[in-house]
Structures are given as structure tokens and as C-alpha cells.
Design a protein around this ligand. Structure first.
Ligand code: ZN
Length: 468
């Protein structure tokens, strides 16, 4: 049996400042080593000041994952020596002497499987090492401390996953969740990072680190399952070790023997007092929590009769569900949801593409109303949408510039149908007996009018002509 557990690092990107100082939490786009101060580079004599907002955001993640939050939380020093860690210790949380991290014993349900959350801890992110070329062959390593001390939440699961696919589904749920509660932007590079641990059968546990993306963690886990099964099949024991994901070669490689917990020499961080989180604070945070994705999905289904599948896709995506909230009314909700999930998500499925969309909620509601009132066909609607997302022009401008209005007058439509009847004589005689051939003829008319003919009028005229 395969057992997989995860350690997920989630940056609290929505905060203004770092975890223990006033440097900017948004460390991206600064010249190297310019977003630093004596506290985050650990100069002697500096003292950390805990960012209260970071504690609140971390507590919100705990609440959203069904964790218990203790009355008192405290911090520890995790000692290790690595160039990205200027203090030689990381300020983190540690539950060996009782639960004092921001969350523990949570539960998340994904597709009828329960994933237990072992703990959630608030800690500081280390700096970044930049290699010239590949990390194994480089002679030069540069250190940038801009990231050092930014607020990070580590989420540790129990080994409750049995397949890499379950892992991917969970990570998608988690990514949607941290975005929805407004604590992190999971699309920012490095905002959500995942390590996995995996054991197959009776073999030892192997840790996988250095995985760049959700898709790669799935690949890395698949690779490990095959590797470990093959070793066990030949009676070779699996080493308990840390392995790195080699993105170029799509394999995991042994990196070093795993550090044991005692190697980190955890000691209480005496420079930060114990923080009390009382019931009033928790109640206030609970009130601030937005509607959960599950609740939102249910309301879409119940209130507007949107299908479960469409509601699921829409509710999970904060960008598009916000757009839906602004664009819909009671009459067009179902259609707005359909256009977003079938057409719009096809054009823009990544953060970059979503930002580039020149479409407003008004565009969308105008478009849906035009389709529903038969001003344009669904097909023309799709073409108009493509143009609007690129140019931001109004719907009426797009309809006239691309000539998307209906072929309304029956006279010209009849002419086109006559042409089709002439060209498709075999289909015409077939259509007199077989309804499928009628659809074929209607399709031909649609093609000739570039999708602008009104489908019901077309069918009506075609049938009239066939029976005459
Ligand atoms: Zn600082």
C-alpha cells in the first residue's frame, strides 16, 4: 500500500510587512538585498517584533482547514546552517511539548476521502540562493535576503493520500481555499510550495523536495512509486532519504541523508512572548471569513439551478466567481455561469491571461442578454466574446464591426436555403425520410451564414420547403 503525506509552504502574500520586522512582505521586484533590515538578517542586538496580522491570517487558514487553535501559541528556533538563513536558525513553531502551533488536528474532505491535517505552523521564509547555471555544477552561488523573514505557513498532512491524483486534487482545493479567504495569491511564483513524503509497502519513507509545481509533484510521486516498487520487487530495501526532483530529467535523485528532528536542536524563542488567542479573537476571525467554496457552490445550485458540475468549477475560481457575482441577475444567472465556464475559461485559464482580459461584468451581462433575447446566436456570441476580451470594445460596437447580427429577414434566409437545397440534392431527398439529414441541411445553412441565421427560423423554413 502506498502512503503519501505532504508539507505545503504557503506564503501570506496579502500582508504588508514581514513576520518580525517592517520590511515589505512583497519581496519580489526589488534589487537584491535591498528589502532587508537588521532584524531579518539577524544582526546581533536586533529583536523580532511579531506581526499580529500574520497570526490572524495563519489562524484563518487553521479555521478553514478545520484545525484546533490553542489558547496560547509560541515560537521556537530551528537551528541549521545554510547560506539562505542568515541567523543560522529559523523562527518557527514546534509541537513536541504540546500543541502551541497555530493549528492542529484538522480535516479536509476531498471526493469522499478524509485528509487529516497534522499541524499548521507560522514561520519565516529563508532567503533565496541563486545559482549560475545548474545548482550541481555551478561555481558561483548568489544570496538574496529580500525574502528572508517573509511570513510563511507550513501545513503538514498525515500520510492519508494513496495516489498522486488525490494529491493533485487536494492541492487544487487548498490553492482555491487560500485564495478565497484572501491570505495568499497562489499564482505568484513560489507562493505555494510542496514537499512530499512517500512509502510503498513496508519500505522506508522517502522525502521529495525541490518540486517546482503541482504538476511536477504528481510526476515525482509517480516516479517514486515505480522506483520503490521496482526495488522492493528485487528485494532491495528502500533507503529512508531525501530526494530532489530533477525537473529536466523528470526523475528524483538522492540528495543527502535525511536530517533527524534532533539535528535541528529546537529551543524556545525567548525573544517572542507567548501569544494568547482568546475566544473573542477567534469569533471575530470567523466572522471575517468569506463564504466557503462549498457553501458558494451549494448556493449556485439551489438559487439559480446551475448544474453541480458548472457550480463546482465556477465556485472554486475566485476570479471568475467574483465576475459572476457582478454580472448576473436572477434571470440570466444560469447562462452567465455557462458562458464563463465553457467559453471564457477556455480563453483565459491562467492568472496572466485572466489579468489581460479586457472584459467587464457589463460586457458579460450585455452579451448574455443579447443571446437570451435572440439578438445574436450563441455562435456569434462566442466570436463577440473573443473580440471583447482582446479589445474591450462594447458589445454593440463588436456586433456591427464584425457583422454578427442575425440574418433576420426571411427573404434573404430563404435565398440561402434555396442555394443549399440546390447544392445538397441527395441530402434533401434523404431529409424527407430521415430527421438527421434535416440537421445536416440546417448545419449547411449555418455555415453559409457564418452562424448568423436564427436556428429556429432556419429549421422552420427548411421543414416547410421539405414538405412542399
Ligand atoms: Zn527586515
Amino acid at each position: 500500500m502506498t502512503k503519501i503525506g505532504l508539507e505545503i509552504h504557503c506564503q501570506l502574500t496579502k500582508l504588508e510587512s514581514k513576520l518580525f520586522c517592517k520590511c515589505k512582505a512583497d519581496y519580489r521586484n526589488h534589487p537584491p538585498n535591498s528589502n532587508i533590515c537588521p532584524i531579518c538578517v539577524g544582526l546581533p542586538g536586533s529583536l523580532p517584533m511579531l506581526n499580529k496580522k500574520a497570526v490572524e491570517k495563519a489562524a484563518m487558514i487553521s479555521l478553514a482547514l478545520g484545525c484546533k487553535i490553542p489558547e496560547k501559541i509560541s515560537f521556537f528556533r530551528k537551528n541549521y546552517f545554510y547560506p539562505d538563513l542568515p541567523k543560522n536558525f529559523q523562527i518557527t513553531q514546534y509541537n513536541a511539548y504540546g500543541p502551541t502551533s497555530i493549528g492542529s488536528e484538522g480535516r479536509v474532505e476531498i471526493q469522499n476521502n478524509e485528509i487529516r491535517i497534522r499541524r499548521i505552523q507560522l514561520e519565516e521564509d529563508p532567503g533565496r540562493l541563486i545559482y549560475e547555471g545548474s545548482s550541481e555544477k555551478t561555481l558561483i552561488t548568489l544570496v538574496d535576503y529580500n525574502r528572508a523573514g517573509t511570513p510563511l505557513v507550513e501545513i503538514v498532512t498525515e500520510p492519508d493520500f494513496e495516489t498522486p491524483k488525490q494529491v493533485r486534487i487536494f492541492l487544487n482545493v487548498l490553492s482555491d481555499l487560500v485564495e478565497n479567504i484572501g491570505v495568499s495569491d497562489p499564482y505568484l511564483e513560489g507562493a505555494l510550495r510542496v514537499d512530499g513524503n512517500i512509502s510503498v509497502g513496508d519500505g522506508n519513507r522517502v522525502e521529495i523536495k525541490n518540486v517546482g509545481s503541482f504538476r511536477d509533484i504528481e510526476k515525482a510521486l509517480h516516479f517514486e512509486i515505480t522506483r520503490q516498487q521496482s526495488l522492493l520487487g528485487r528485494n532491495i530495501p528502500v533507503q529512508g532519504e531525501t530526494r530532489h526532483w530533477d525537473e529536466a530529467r523528470k526523475i528524483t535523485v538522492s540528495s543527502r541523508s535525511k536530517e533527524e528532528e534532533q539535528d535541528y536542536r529546537y529551543i524556545p524563542e525567548v525573544d517572542i512572548p507567548v501569544v494568547i488567542i482568546d475566544a473573542i479573537t477567534i469569533a471575530t476571525l470567523q466572522r471575517q471569513m468569506p463564504e466557503s467554496i462549498v457553501a458558494r457552490k451549494e448556493s449556485y445550485v439551489k438559487k439559480y439551478g446551475i448544474s453541480t458540475q458548472v457550480a463546482d468549477v465556477l465556485a472554486s475560481d475566485k476570479f471568475y466567481s467574483d465576475l459572476f457575482e457582478k454580472a448576473h441577475n436572477e434571470a440570466n444567472a444560469k447562462e452567465v455561469a455557462n458562458i464563463i465556464t465553457t467559453d471564457l475559461m477556455g480563453f483565459a485559464d491562467t492568472r496572466e491571461k485572466k489579468i489581460e482580459l479586457k472584459l467587464t461584468a457589463k460586457h458579460l451581462s450585455d452579451l448574455v442578454d443579447a443571446i437570451m433575447s435572440n439578438k445574436i446566436t450563441r455562435n456569434s456570441g462566442k466570436i463577440a466574446l473573443q473580440e471583447i476580451v482582446k479589445t474591450g470594445k462594447s458589445l454593440s460596437e463588436v456586433i456591427s464591426s464584425l457583422d454578427l447580427g442575425h440574418v433576420k429577414d426571411e427573404g434573404s434566409l430563404e435565398k440561402i436555403i434555396d442555394e443549399v437545397f440546390k447544392e445538397e440534392q441527395k441530402a434533401v431527398s434523404e431529409a424527407k425520410q430521415n430527421d438527421d439529414a434535416v440537421n445536416y441541411l440546417v448545419g449547411k445553412v449555418m455555415r453559409k451564414t457564418k452562424g448568423k441565421a436564427d436556428p429556429s427560423t432556419t429549421i422552420e423554413i427548411v421543414r416547410k420547403k421539405l414538405s412542399s
